[in-house]
Ligand binder design. Structure first.
Ligand code: SIN
Length: 326
């Protein structure tokens, strides 16, 4: 009897230690930018908060700079269970939903306040779930900022872009935007842009101040036009089956941590839009061209017809709602 009791105690101690040593849930967060960017800092903040609050239960591994997956591969990898969180630019979801193309329409948002207003509206929030049937779940939007044009030659008016090759993200709207000014858009992963510019395989690109600075594009592009013509923001995305399968208490804590991490990233985004622009200006490597109101109007009238081309796919109601946020 005594022997049996001892065996039972030993078994329960072993069981308890197995439960105590249960493997933590591993979350791989893959992204393509540097750590010193809004997205890089947001990912690290999420890791810090999630691991503090769920110590021993969750481990977050962050892979910056396309170390794990490039932007073209990460969503497929997520559906295969090889990565759990990513935050691709809103321009990179076309395979899964046409609706998010609204964010690529040129000259749609006047400033980042309008972007934030639209994203937090009922229409913006509904887009977070626009890919649930495809197995992807939006956890929130993260800002980077407005895009600037850079090139090997000065871009003052749309005809200056004619005949130049521009690297673009994998977006048909952005392709149409460059075709509208008779330029040649080339869809390439973010990880290849610096080399393409350095070797002059392409003539230009469009990006935010933070990406132009952190990936050193300004060192290989003599001219940057402060066009603010479009947006690079992110959808923080996860696999719906993975997220829905998490224990409810862990999921709730992760959602809270993500919300705080996004707020942290957004604060950095607005700071970097100013500080990285200044760093580029101070470097003397690129000249920053500010457009006169007349010249800007020329870019708007050349590129805005793109809206009509995509109104069917995106939905005129959604475009109207985005415009109303201005
Ligand atoms: C990113 O900010 O995640 C990349 C943007 C790009 O592909 O240009």
């Amino acid at each position: 009897m005594r022997l049996l009791t001892a065996a039972a105690i030993a078994a329960s101690v072993m069981l308890a230690s197995v439960v105590a040593q249960a493997e933590p849930i591993k979350i791989k967060f893959s992204h393509v930018v540097s750590e010193n960017t809004p997205k890089g800092q947001m990912a690290l903040k999420f890791k810090q908060l999630a691991e503090e609050r769920l110590a021993g239960k969750v481990v977050v591994e962050v892979f910056p700079s396309s170390q794990l997956f490039s932007d073209g591969k990460v969503l497929e990898a997520m559906l295969l269970g090889d990565v759990q969180i990513a935050a691709p630019s809103l321009s990179k979801f076309k395979k899964y939903t046409k609706k998010l193309q609204v964010f690529d329409l040129p000259f749609l948002f006047k400033n980042m306040d309008a972007v934030a207003k639209f994203q937090s509206s009922a229409d913006g929030q509904a887009l977070l779930n626009s890919m649930s049937k495809k197995g992807l779940k939006g956890l929130g939007y993260l800002h980077n900022g407005l895009k600037q044009l850079s090139a090997s030659r000065e871009l003052r008016v749309p005809t200056d872009a004619a005949g130049l090759k521009f690297r673009i993200q994998a977006s048909d709207v952005i392709a149409a935007q460059f075709e509208a000014v008779n330029a040649l858009p080339l869809k390439k992963p973010f990880s290849e842009v610096f080399l393409l510019l350095q070797t002059k395989a392409i003539d230009g690109q469009e990006n935010t101040w933070s990406n132009i600075y952190s990936k050193k594009f300004f060192e290989v592009q003599e001219n940057i036009t402060e066009s603010n013509h479009g947006l690079i923001d992110y959808l923080v995305v996860t696999s719906a089956p993975f997220w829905d399968g998490l224990p409810a208490d862990i999921r709730t804590t992760l959602e809270g941590s993500m919300k705080e991490a996004i707020a942290h990233g957004n604060k950095i985004a607005s700071e970097k839009a100013i500080s990285d622009r200044k760093r580029i200006a101070d470097s003397g490597r690129s000249t920053i061209l500010q457009l006169s109101a007349d010249d800007r109007a020329k870019w708007v009238s050349a590129m805005k017809p793109v809206w009509d081309k995509f109104a069917g796919e995106i939905g005129q109601d959604l475009i109207d709602a985005a415009v109303a946020s201005n």
